[in-house]
Design a protein around this ligand. Structure first.
Ligand code: ASP
Length: 349
């Protein structure tokens, strides 16, 4: 439901954007929301209500976990009808994981949820945080007006806005530890570019068309990420695949989904799949998709029971697996759903 008046809920989880330099030690420390508003007086210029919710204490995003994602889902769900859109201030380090997780947990989302942050604290003169914050608020309230005061939201998705680009959250990866331009969506076009005008890429934006938000809270973290490298040892693979309670593995392979044709590796993957461990093939390449039928080195994985992760990011594959396993689907059902786009996270031909 749309509220009568335009309004935004600004949720501050932590991260560099809300930090300030300790004059004595030079270290970055969190500051509270009132200080944030003091550093961004422009916030008062928006002609609509901006309410705030602050994580106490604020979290460095390296500490983010499923409990924090559940908390975010709860805040959004409890306040869903009261606001036009939501802006989440978040550390950049794990922002792509949080955005991916939220995209699965907020089923039927029909309002903007925009995550943003910054590389330089908002209290620093050259901060990128101000621009990111102000534009995110604009995007969270942008609507197709059609002559009406409050039309349909333009971007009813979980997104990341960073350095002029709005990206689908579950397509993003942090690619730079120091540049302002820190995020990319390699396998899906940007949803908007912000210059003098904010240009929305309407055909790429997903509209759920659903009226009702269905929040999900169940996540199962019995997952491992196994990154292949030339020379990887049998005992390393063995140690991972025999973790007690392990339910799924994101297997980071080469190129279009290829792995060494070592018999021990294929046998081990085959045995784990037979035991019900879901193994999903994603590429170590930044861009492009897994096609396991393309080379024999990929085809052998398919024969071993490994399923295709298509053009998924690791962040998206990990959180989607947590989400699906949390809902107690059988291994075969999880394998099937990993091959279907449920929140625009993969491109399946
Ligand atoms: N370590 C910080 C965090 O992710 C970095 C940042 O905000 O950019 O919380």
């Amino acid at each position: 439901m749309a509220p009568d008046e335009t309004s935004v809920l600004l949720i501050y989880t932590g991260g560099t954007i809300g930090m300030i330099e300790n004059a004595e030690t030079g270290a970055l420390e969190n500051f509270n929301f009132e200080q944030l508003q003091k550093h961004v007086p422009e916030l008062q210029k928006f002609a609509f209500r901006i309410d705030t919710y602050q994580f106490d204490p604020p979290m460095d995003s390296s500490d983010m976990d499923p409990d924090a994602w559940r908390k975010l889902v709860r805040i959004i769900s409890d306040n869903y009808d009261q606001y036009t859109g939501f802006v989440i201030l978040h550390g950049t380090d794990t922002m792509a994981y949080t955005a991916s997780a939220l995209s699965f947990m907020l089923e039927g989302l029909n309002k903007p949820v925009i995550l943003t942050g910054s590389q330089l604290p908002i209290g620093v003169l050259r901060t990128d945080g101000k621009e990111n914050l102000l534009t995110s608020i604009e995007i969270a309230t942008a609507c197709h007006s059609n002559g009406r005061p409050h039309g349909r939201p333009i971007v009813p998705e979980v997104c990341i806005f960073f350095e002029n680009h709005l990206m689908r959250g579950n397509r993003t990866t942090k690619i730079n530890a120091e540049n302002f331009n820190a995020f990319r969506s390699f396998n899906y076009p940007v949803l908007a570019s912000a210059g003098i005008h904010i240009k929305f890429n309407n055909v790429q934006i997903h509209v759920s068309g659903r009226d009702k938000l269905t929040p999900h809270y169940l996540l199962d973290t019995n997952i491992a990420v196994l990154k292949l490298f030339p020379g990887i040892q049998e005992n390393v693979v063995d140690a991972i695949l025999s973790i007690e309670g392990l339910k799924a593995v994101v297997l980071e392979t080469y190129g279009s989904g290829n792995a060494p044709r070592k018999e021990w590796l294929l046998q081990r993957l085959h045995d784990a799949s037979e035991q019900g461990i879901v193994i999903v093939n994603v590429t170590q390449c930044s861009a492009g998709t897994v096609e396991m039928e393309r080379y024999e080195t990929g085809y052998r994985l398919l024969q071993a029971g490994v399923v295709c992760g298509y053009d998924s990011t690791t962040e998206s594959a990990v959180t989607k697996l947590m989400f699906l396993l949390g809902h107690n689907y059988s291994p075969d059902e999880v394998r099937r759903l990993m091959g279907r786009s449920i929140a625009g996270e993969i491109t399946v031909q």
